[in-house]
Structure formats: C-alpha cells, structure tokens
Design a protein around this ligand. Structure first.
Ligand SMILES: Nc1nc2c(ncn2[C@@H]2O[C@H](COP(=O)(O)OP(=O)(O)OP(=O)(O)O)[C@@H](O)[C@H]2O)c(=O)[nH]1
Ligand SMILES: [Mg+2]
Length: 426
C-alpha cells in the first residue's frame, strides 16, 4: 500500500480553569508528548497551535474563531491533518472537519493508530481492533473525511493494515466476533499461566510510563540467565510505545534461582479508557506477579506525574497491594534531585552504565525469595531427582556421597524448605 508521510498540525487546549482539566501536565510538556506520539504514528509535525480557554467549546473544542484560524494555518503549512490533544466528540469532529476541510484526528485515535501498527500478538491485535471499533461507533458521522482518505492514513488503519469498517451494522457484528475470539485466546493464556504457576518460578513484572526503559532493563536482567542470547532480547527504542505485547523471559539470581521477567506495554497520560480496558487482559500477568518493578525515567522533569499515571493504572488493575520496587532509571542523565516518596522501596539505576544493577538484583532476591534457610540435607539415593532439581535451582556449597544418601549443604527458600523438610538434618 502506498505510504505518504502525512503533514500534521497539532492543536492543544490550555484549560485555565483548574477543575476542568483532565491532567496536571503543563501544556508545553503535553504538546511535546503529542508530538512524540504523532511521530510514532509516522506523521511529520509541521506546526503547533495552543489556545487558552477557561473551558472546552462544545461545538468546536477550541472555539469557532480559533478553528477558522487553524484552517488558515493548514492552508499555509499544507497540512493533511490536524491532531487534537484531547478526545473529541463526534459532533466536534464533524464541525471541525466541515470548517477546516482536512482530516481531524484526536489524541485517542492517534494512540489507537500507533497501537494498531505495533501490535504483534494475535491477542494484542484483537484488543486494539476492539478498542478502535468501540471508539468509532459513536463517531461514525464525524469521521467522514478521516475514513474516506485513500491509502492508509493515521486514524484509518486497523491492525494488519486492513481498513477499518465504517458501517454500523458491520461494526457491531465485528465487535461480537472479536469478543468471541478473545475468549478463546484467553483460555489458552490461562492454560499457559497455570503451567507457569505450577512450575513455581517467581514472576517479576516491569511496569511504567512509556519510554522509561522497561525493555532495556528487561534485556539487562535476562543477561543473567544461562540460556540468554541476543535473540531473546526484547525490542527497545527511544520512541513512545515501543513495546505493545507482554513478553516473558527467564533471568537468574546470584544464588542460581530463576525468575521470570515480564515486560509490559507502557502507559501515557490521557490513555484512552477503552485501551486501558482492552489491555487489562494482557496486563493480567501483572496481577499474578510476585513483585512489580515500577520503572521511572528519573531524568524526565514530569517523572512525578508519570508515576501517578502508572500508579493509577495499577490501581485499576487492583495490583497496588503487591510488593513494588520503584526503580529510578536513567540516573546517568540526572541533573536535579529526585525525591522518593515515603514508604517506597527505591533504587536508582542506569541501564546505560550498569550503575546499581547489582543492588537491584539483590533487592529482587530479598523480595521474591522471602526467608532463606541455610540447611544440611541427606537425600536418599532413590531420590536422585531431588538432588538434580536442587543442583539446578540452588547453589550447592558442599556435597558428599555417604552411606545413607547424598549429603548436601545449600540454601533453600520457604517453599522448598517445606517441601523437602524430611531430608533436612540441620
Ligand atoms: N540515558 C539513558 N537512556 C536509557 C536508559 N535506559 C534506557 N534508556 C533509553 O530510553 C529509551 C527507551 O527505552 P525502552 O527500554 O524502549 O523503554 P520502555 O519503557 O520499554 O518504553 P515502551 O516500550 O515504549 O513503553 C531507549 O532509547 C533506551 O536506550 C538509561 O539508563 N540511561
Ligand atoms: Mg518497551
């Protein structure tokens, strides 16, 4: 399919009435983020317009006069589309499109578009398409121009580049189909999860704002595993929403114990609600985690607001009662003091320089291993399987073949201590 780089004009509203705002980010940072999102969707940003107003205009979002001005900017800049920094109603879209005469895309559609382009797994694709269709349903009559564009423009693409349905009845049928398919996929995932839980390897989930360094940290952590190779690495890039699908990889602690690292999709402020809903299923892995690493880009001046965004999603996922380590990443770029909040377990690291990665691994060990017991055991020769398991799982300080069995000295975690108690002599 032909791909033309679209020229986008960004429009934001700086709402001056505090209680009418939907976030706390200052308008410049918010527009910077919108620009990153637009780039991530493949657009070229040709200009920015910010309007200060005490509230949104119901018909034109920025007000009719400003919309008229935007039309003139579009002509001068030869813009193909205008991207608005908030979610618009169907009526606002239609009015703005009729007046300005180019496609209108809002922040939600933009984020959905990026997700549609990046989703890899079957489940990810289904979930994005579902969120897109739900977004479209109440806006069909306002999406005329955006949907009738030829080629695959921002806001028209479904996962896998097929054009999205624009007929209401088709959309409803499609939504029902997708929900059915998702149920199947979910069943499969459940089976896999049960197998994992049975294998009782602790699960450590990395969550955080987009671009915080979750995938980079994942790649650092998995280097500790004996089966590590380059191909196991996950994709990381200086780009919003580099990761869309949840991946699981193995890592090892210095006491030879394995744990699973779960890399997850990043969050962003004003994340479309349907998308949060959609990804709740994928993020279920987080609910089953033994430990959460909340990865924060400490060098971002809005790190505090970004943390709140992440914590809010964790709250929605009902995962806030889990053990959490706050990982302030990019310590190499820090040029101001970052204040940790009270009651938080915090570690400053740099994936770039390797600073404090060992401290982080120690903290992980402390959290997921619980109490550790130094033991001496005698394992009867008939239970060579246990000896082999412990050889794999623990570091055996000492062993000896004795008459009554194999004598070993090692360290056991809580679960194994209970499991093998009959063989423990000290
Ligand atoms: N300076 C510096 N850059 C880092 C560090 N860690 C990661 N980065 C960079 O930050 C960018 C984002 O890293 P990712 O690992 O892709 O971030 P992510 O959290 O997985 O992002 P999403 O998948 O988009 O949610 C990349 O360009 C990394 O190279 C660090 O410690 N210091
Ligand atoms: Mg990532």
């Amino acid at each position: 399919m032909e791909k033309k780089i679209e020229r986008a004009l960004l429009v934001g509203l700086d709402i001056t009435t505090i209680n009418k705002r939907t976030d706390n980010i200052d308008i410049d940072s918010s527009m910077d983020e919108l620009e990153e999102l637009a780039k991530a969707a493949g657009a070229e940003v040709v200009g920015r317009v910010v309007q200060s107003k005490d509230a949104r205009d119901v018909a034109y979002y920025v007000g009719k006069g400003k919309a008229q001005e935007i039309k003139e900017h579009c002509e001068a800049l030869e813009a193909d589309l205008v991207i608005f920094n908030d979610e618009l109603s169907g009526a606002q879209m239609k009015n703005l499109e009729d007046l300005i005469g180019v496609s209108i895309v809002d922040r939600t559609a933009l984020i959905l578009d990026i997700f549609a382009q990046r989703a890899l797994s079957k489940e990810g694709k289904l979930q994005v398409e579902l969120a897109q269709l739900k977004y479209r349903l109440p806006r069909l009559y306002g999406l005329g121009k955006a949907l009738s564009r030829t080629g695959a423009g921002i806001g028209t693409r479904g996962p896998g580049e097929q054009k999205l349905e624009i007929d209401k009845r088709h959309i409803l049928n499609k939504i029902a189909d997708i929900k059915r398919e998702l149920k199947e996929v979910k069943k499969n995932r459940e089976v896999q999860r049960m197998q994992r839980l049975k294998s009782d390897i602790p699960i450590v989930a990395l969550v955080g704002y987009t671009n915080a360094g979750k995938s980079t940290l994942t790649n650092e952590l998995i280097k500790t595993h004996k089966e590590y190779n380059k191909e196991k690495e996950v994709f990381s890039k200086d780009m919003l929403f580099a990761t869309l699908d949840v991946t699981l990889r193995k890592a090892t602690l210095d006491n030879n114990r394995e744990f699973l690292v779960v890399d997850t999709v990043g969050f962003v402020s004003k994340l479309p609600h349907d998308l949060v809903e959609a990804f709740k299923a994928t993020l279920e892995e987080v609910k089953y985690a033994d430990l959460i690493l909340h990865v924060v880009d400490a060098s971002n001046k809005n790190y505090d607001i970004q943390m709140d965004t992440t914590l809010n999603v964790l709250r929605e996922l009902k995962a806030l009662d889990k053990e959490i380590i706050t990982v302030f990443n990019k310590a190499d770029k820090l040029d101001y003091e970052v204040n940790a909040r009270k009651d938080e377990d915090v570690v400053f690291i740099s994936c770039k320089t390797g600073y404090n990665l060992d401290v982080l691994l120690d903290k992980i060990k402390e959290k997921i291993m619980g109490n550790l017991y130094d033991v001496e055991m005698i394992i009867p020769y008939s239970r060579g399987d246990i000896f082999n398991t412990l050889k794999e799982k623990t570091i055996i300080d000492n062993f000896e073949y004795k008459e009554e069995g194999i004598y070993i000295k090692t360290t056991l975690d809580e679960a194994d201590y209970g499991r093998y108690s009959e063989y423990i002599i000290k």
